[in-house]
Design a protein around this ligand. Structure first.
Ligand code: GLU
Length: 305
């Protein structure tokens, strides 16, 4: 198995290196716009605990919306199923930062992974704590999951997000107008922007995702029933309006970020992280998606049998 995997990883790296169309790097803040589009990394932690990586696996990148998975785990830990009174569990079919549905649905965002939903999740995770305390807890959670204390927040990224995040500011105020934001919008947004600015290497992200595999011997950060539900949401909502296509092509739960990272879970088998900064039209890593599609096909990994 491990030998097959090494061959497959080398194939994927060679394909990625040769690829002409790498998608478009996010350019809404200078820290993301300046990332080298030729970067590529793929890391897999198997259920036996072994880790197999190719490419730039030790280069840090901004995990952006992949952080929404960890924030959701913390918010569910605080509130349990009561969280679902404030945020739905349906795919949105719209862009990550769309405001359209919010009016129709009276301030209840479609799911926890579109920006409006993630802002509500962060608001819920704050639950009376100062942003600094929540961010400390988030980092502790991620560091414990990855068993790596070197993971940190990139303050320059957080500052840039704060300066340019007008759409997120609008979403937060809109949520507040419906009574679905309990903290002052600036406070929740400060926490949200810093959460998005968590920086990790591909190798660290693959290790941080191990708790979602629910494989024996992996760190157990949340109850098994909750792991299944987080995976269900990643499968149905983890790639914005590209979620159906990702489920069809890859067949595994995944959460993407605009920094070009994707965390993908093969339940019971593997935690997979991929990073390629160029994005497709839906804002998901182009080569990253192709790489995990290739990996899942060659390894026979799918939640659909
Ligand atoms: N910080 C980005 C935003 O909130 C995250 C988007 C993403 O990674 O998809 O707009």
């Amino acid at each position: 198995m491990t030998e097959d995997l090494s061959t497959v990883l080398e194939e994927i790296l060679a394909t990625a290196r040769a690829s002409q169309d790498r998608g478009k790097v996010a350019d809404y803040i200078p820290e993301l716009a300046g990332v080298d589009p030729s970067r590529f990394a793929l890391s897999v932690v198997l259920a036996d605990g072994s880790q197999h990586s190719v490419g730039d696996t030790d280069v840090g990148f901004s995990i952006q919306s992949v952080s929404k998975v960890f924030a959701l785990a913390i918010a569910l830990g605080r509130h349990g199923d009561r969280l679902w009174a404030r945020v739905g569990r349906e795919p949105s079919g719209l862009a990550f930062n769309s405001i359209l549905q919010l009016e129709h649905e009276r301030g209840i965002p479609r799911n926890p992974f579109i920006n409006a939903g993630a802002i509500v999740v962060t608001d819920a995770a704050l639950a009376g704590h100062a942003p600094r305390e929540y961010l400390g807890e988030l980092l502790r959670f991620i560091r414990a999951a990855a068993e790596d204390d070197g993971i940190h927040i990139n303050d320059a990224v957080a500052r840039s997000e704060t300066e340019t995040g007008h759409r997120n500011v609008a979403l937060a105020h809109y949520l507040r107008s419906y009574g679905n934001l309990l903290n002052p919008p600036e406070m929740t947004l400060g926490a949200y922007f810093h959460q998005c600015a968590v920086e990790m290497t591909c190798a660290q992200l693959a290790r941080a995702g191990r708790f979602l595999t629910a494989a024996p011997g992996m760190p157990r950060m949340v109850a098994p029933g909750r792991v299944r539900r987080i995976n269900a949401l990643m499968l149905t909502c983890g790639h914005y309006d590209g979620s159906g296509d990702f489920a069809y092509r890859v067949g595994l739960p995944g959460k993407s970020g605009v920094g070009g990272g994707i965390l993908v879970i093969a339940p019971g088998r593997a935690s997979i992280a991929v990073w390629s900064p160029g994005l497709n039209a839906q804002g998901n890593s182009k080569l990253g998606t192709e790489a995990v599609e290739h990996l899942a096909r060659r390894m026979g990994w799918s939640v659909f049998g």
